[in-house]
Design a protein around this ligand. Sequence first.
Ligand SMILES: NC(=O)C1=CN([C@@H]2O[C@H](COP(=O)(O)OP(=O)(O)OC[C@H]3O[C@@H](n4cnc5c(N)ncnc54)[C@H](OP(=O)(O)O)[C@@H]3O)[C@@H](O)[C@H]2O)C=CC1
Ligand SMILES: CC(C)(CO)C(=O)C(=O)O
Length: 326
Amino acid sequence: MDRQRIAVIGAGAIGGVIAARLDAVGHDVTVTARGENLAAIRERGLRIAGGFGAHTARVTALEALREAPDAAILAVKTTGSVAALEANRAALAGVPLLVMQNGLGGERAAARLLGHKSVAGGIALMAANSLQPGTVTVTAPGDTIVGGAEGERFAALLGEALPTSRTPSIEGAQWTKLLINMVNAIPAIVGHSVQDVIRDPGLRRVMLASMRETARTGLAAGVRFQPLQGLTPLLVRVVAYAPRRIAQQIPLRIKDRLGDVPNMGSTQQSIRRRQPTEVDAINGAVVAEAARIGIEAPVNAALVELVHEVERTGEFLAPSVVRQLA
Ligand SMILES: NC(=O)C1=CN([C@@H]2O[C@H](COP(=O)(O)OP(=O)(O)OC[C@H]3O[C@@H](n4cnc5c(N)ncnc54)[C@H](OP(=O)(O)O)[C@@H]3O)[C@@H](O)[C@H]2O)C=CC1
Ligand SMILES: CC(C)(CO)C(=O)C(=O)O
């Protein structure tokens, strides 16, 4: 593919990896960042290490885009989407955009806000920690999944830089990722790695309960879950309805896929940076969809409350507080 001018809005964990890999394969990359992260990228470059190899990308780093790129990628947390899109609205007019976010429908919200339809949805299956400015460690590599409008364009672009595939239904893929993201809340509440939380039988029981609510809600709402990382539609039914001793194999598999390098999950990383988390867009999305179709999701509702409590106080809670939820 010809050298393209690519803008990555939000050079944190996922945006940082994507920007550095696009730089590594020869694209002209501009990132937007702020504060210490912006200063570190300007001074030392954007550094990635771990699962996709080491690279220091000497990218252009700005607070906001000054001109229209050929294509753009939004990789801020869902809580920052509106501000980040507003800040770059003029440069993004008519520019194809890929929204790389967990949660449901980020690409639809961005398309509404920008007032154009060239917006694709992307799902990162890698796990990455970004706790030092300008530096990202990929703790577990994984595919990037792209779908929706402009899916073909972004699959071709990212496919040069990272393992990438297309999904025929970004909504169905986002629901499967939502199920996987039930691993996020409990580590953010207790301050342990995702792997350690899943190893703990009592915490795993609560995580599985939140996964069951997600699977049952999605199935009841008519979602066609797409296969992701071996999590097939059949296994989604196993999560929803099989006896607990069988269904718990799903969180255990996710732990194995995350590998041995401790991963905090993106929600806990927000907590550790004293920033708002995406819990309302993850566990809260299950609660909202369950309410919409007239069922309940009490474990997810409780997890939302506990993550907000940790956000407010900055203090992790004892695992026993979570174990009693299921
Ligand atoms: N980390 C992971 O392993 C995974 C994350 N995801 C998903 O990917 C998405 C991105 O998450 P992640 O990369 O972890 O998040 P990060 O918080 O690490 O990165 C987001 C970056 O965007 C920056 N940012 C926010 N608002 C603006 C703005 N207005 N202008 C410029 N920069 C801005 C943030 O800066 P600041 O720090 O100053 O706020 C931060 O550096 C989320 O939806 C997440 O759920 C999906 C799979 C795995
Ligand atoms: C990698 C994974 C599944 C959990 O760590 C994730 O999506 C996240 O951190 O948001």
